[in-house]
Design a binder for this molecule. Sequence first.
Ligand code: NAD
Length: 431
Amino acid sequence: MNPHDNAIKQLEQVAQLLTQQYQDEPRFSSIIDQLKKPQQFHQTELAVKLDNGKTKKFAAYRAQHNNARGPYKGGIRFHPQVTVEEVKALATWMTWKCAVTGIPYGGGKGGIVVDPSQLSQTELERLSRAYARWLAAEIGPWQDVPAPDVNTNSQIMAWMVDEYQQVGQSVSENPLATFTGKPLALGGSQGREEATGLGGVFVLEKLVKKLGYKRKKDVTIAIQGFGNVGYWFAKHADQLGYKVVAVSDSKGGVYVPTGLDPVKTLQCKQNKGKVSDCRCSRDHCDLENGQAVSNQQLLELEVDILVPAALENVITKTNAAKIKAKAILELANGPVTPEADQILAKQEVVLIPDVLANAGGVTTSYFEWVQNLQGYYWSRDEVVSKLKPLMEQAFETMWELKDKHQVDGRLATYMSAVQRVVDAMLLRGWS
Ligand code: NAD
């Protein structure tokens, strides 16, 4: 099934649960139909000059799914496997993700079909600028606010801001507020780097209480992925007293049953190149401290909380029955397939979905936008103090709906998100 069909299927499932709350059934159905496709879809071929003087064309897209709750918001992905259907699906999921924490945005997503590792820095800059130039009339602080995604970063946002400012002066007076995920020196926000992992830890704190654990040190955690999200999640969880026992990267993982030190593990990985050579306890790194595990073994460890923080589709119908964790906190986007969802539900594994668990990232992007709009910047602590209540409230709303309707965490989260978007559309008189 293609990802957009998947997004539509999820929406239909949620609509069935929500329908009795809306008296005007034809209007509700018409709103749901509108949500099955983006309001606007832009596509082009960008012609970019390569360093060898030749010109190459790259397919480029931007989906603007829904703006009932505010401007479209979502990243720009550079990847050879970007497709129209994927961009549409990701834009739809952004609409739900923004609604989950209540930030005033709709959903959008962009992409370019390219393998950026095959481009030089100057070619990458020309491609990024070409994308911003092409899209300039369609984006802006009150229209559509892009951000980084897979294979794009703060430098790419900086080039795009600059290009947008050059072509778009009549369109917007605030180029900084048109992109988020910018470098700190160019209007970025304190706290953004750690925000997704830290937001996940705020959710973890709530979850652990609901599951009835008394002491944090009794809660064992395995994390797949030790990049931006996995590392910051591990570091903050460890600081609060949870026992992080396993982490991995693309080359494999480590299992340290007594608990590993995330900061020492990162230093060791930077020296040795891979995390599987780093078994670091609080005192020192020593291979005697634990054992190497494959990424597959890590997922199947006997732990309390499993945190996929690397790739999509890692828990599937093939391995779902082997998961022993009591709960899964999805920090990666889409790590559990729909078939695996059903198996996990039967096993009573509590699932906290990506659109809630990793929403700390987009929520802090919203804070970046607010700071850019007011031209007044906050400290890291101020950012964190604003993030925490939004994540906690989103979790509580999900948990209440989960209990009330006896559904899993994913469906409960979608119910709250879709309801907010439908209500905004009804209030606007869209039908
Ligand atoms: P990253 O590139 O910093 O880190 C990715 C990690 O995954 C690395 O440790 C890498 O070695 C590991 N990895 C790669 N291939 C792997 C494999 N085959 N098996 C196991 N591990 C593998 O990326 P990130 O920013 O940490 O993002 C991780 C996930 O979180 C992605 O799904 C991303 O879409 C999602 N996400 C990120 C943010 C954010 O703010 N960075 C926000 C929301 C969602």
